[in-house]
Design a protein around this ligand. Structure first.
Ligand SMILES: *[C@@H]1O[C@H](CO)[C@@H](O)[C@H](O)[C@H]1NC(C)=O
Ligand SMILES: *[C@@H]1O[C@H](CO)[C@@H](O)[C@H](O)[C@H]1NC(C)=O
Ligand SMILES: *[C@@H]1O[C@H](CO)[C@@H](O)[C@H](O)[C@H]1NC(C)=O
Ligand SMILES: *[C@@H]1O[C@H](CO)[C@@H](O)[C@H](O)[C@H]1NC(C)=O
Length: 395
């Protein structure tokens, strides 16, 4: 990527500001020594922080750069997020590699010209993929697992690469160092993914860590949402409109014997709880309460649970490989219609009485799949506690 930066740096000999950016000064002059890691370190990108802020970053002089290539490995089940960022001229020229819909998305701006491209192979399959970003003449090239992934031309006359370089190059993982408004294609930067074995140009300098302690990358992961027992995720029920006369269908998959706490709760502010689904790892039971109705199920009896309800009906389907158990009950005064108009639905905790997001009896465990009305739920798109990992669980 270095050469990619050189043309622009050259023309700017006079305009390059030598002032270090705010975070650079802080990193060196702060009272507390910042943590550093090697560029080869395994780094989890989804850690709690301001969502656009990188998890680690490094700064080098352009004059020290002789390689045009960065390689690293990426593993994620998350379809969307920021992976790798680089800039020069304090962010006037920049490059971002991320994922959108599971595909690589490159965006960059050089000398005021914006370019973006999306494509290549689907990467969010939970396997380690080797990525290589390089620059050849007027092209930025992304290789994935040794094959061409995405090639983007920059236009304009071919530039010399032997020009004198000054100024700084900044690299960052898991976020960006410029205003998010500069992105031509908007995306959610939170990336539940890991990067390892990075080789960044020819740079050997350590990277500064933006957080107190780096969260670990688990050896093995499975797709799902992981709840560590410290918080929940809340949606307004209005996000899931009920079509005329139909009920609500909610589906969970997971190993329910390993869960403890509240899987689901639905309630409107100031009203009684409408529905709860609780797992207890001591009694090895999962209990569903809907209005006046209560159903207890053995946790090891199913791998998938499908709950369908409407004003006066509750239907529960327990599914295990070849075995299914369907229960249908009629219910009185479930409060379904009123609740669904202005209520809230929480995953991983029990909703309180008010409108605040205070919950209790949080879930410990992995929900391998959550579907509402037949659609996969992405917890990145709502208010959720930062401890919840939205796309993977430790296996
Ligand atoms: C870049 O070069 C300047 C001047 O030679 C030096 O003071 C500075 O420490 C260098 N910065 C880095 C990050 O190497
Ligand atoms: C739910 O709706 C209320 C009122 O419209 C809004 O203030 C709140 O942010 C919404 N909550 C979520 C989780 O979307
Ligand atoms: C659930 O987890 C337990 C404990 O690890 C395991 O023994 C059991 O086989 C798992 N059940 C299923 C259905 O995978
Ligand atoms: C039940 O889950 C809780 C929370 O994860 C855990 O602390 C406890 O040890 C578990 N108990 C059993 C019997 O597995």
């Amino acid at each position: 990527m270095a050469v990619f930066w050189k043309p622009m740096a050259a023309g700017l000999l006079l305009t390059v500001s030598l002032t270090l950016l705010g975070w650079g000064v802080e990193a060196q002059g702060g009272t507390q020594a910042k943590k550093v890691v090697s560029g080869e370190a395994t780094v989890y990108l989804g850690q709690d922080r301001d969502i656009w802020r990188p998890i680690i970053h490094t700064t080098s002089n352009l004059s020290d750069i002789s390689s045009i290539k960065s390689t690293f490995q990426l593993r994620t089940f998350d379809p969307e997020g920021a992976i790798f960022y680089g800039d020069t001229k304090n962010g006037d020229d920049w490059f971002v590699l991320g994922l959108k819909d599971g595909l690589p998305l490159m965006q960059f701006s050089i000398g005021g010209n914006h370019v973006s491209a999306e494509g290549g192979p689907q990467l969010n399959d939970g396997k380690w993929h080797k990525l290589e970003v390089s620059n050849q003449k007027n092209f930025v090239i992304l290789d994935v697992d040794g094959s061409k992934g995405l090639v983007v031309g920059m236009g304009g006359p071919s530039k010399q690469t032997e020009e004198v370089q000054t100024g700084e190059l900044r690299l960052a993982l898991g976020g960006i160092l410029i205003d998010k408004e500069k992105m031509m294609i908007q995306f959610d930067p939170k990336m539940d993914g890991c990067v390892r074995e990075g080789s960044w140009l020819n740079l050997r300098a350590p990277w500064e860590v933006e957080v107190e302690e780096l969260w670990p990358c688990y050896q093995d992961i499975i797709p799902g949402s992981f709840f560590p027992g410290t918080g929940f995720a809340v949606f307004n029920t209005s996000v899931f409109p009920v079509e005329g006369g139909k009920g609500v269908k909610i589906e969970f998959r997971g190993n329910f014997t390993m869960m403890h706490g509240t899987i689901l709760s639905i309630r409107a502010p100031g009203q009684e709880m409408m529905l709860t689904l609780m797992a207890d790892n001591n009694t090895q039971e999962v209990t569903l309460t809907f209005g006046s109705e209560k159903i207890s199920m053995k946790s090891d009896n199913f791998k998938k649970l499908v709950i369908t309800f409407e004003e006066e009906m509750l239907q529960v389907l327990q599914v295990r490989a070849k075995f299914q158990d369907l229960q249908i009950k009629s219910v009185r005064n479930s409060g379904f219609l009123t609740t669904w108009r202005n209520g809230r639905i929480a995953f991983g905790g029990l909703l309180g009485e008010g409108e605040d997001n205070v919950g209790s009896q949080f879930l410990t465990g992995c929900l391998e799949m959550i579907q509402v009305m037949g659609r996969d739920l992405d917890l990145d798109f709502t208010v959720k506690h930062p401890s919840i990992v939205s796309h993977s669980c430790p296996a």
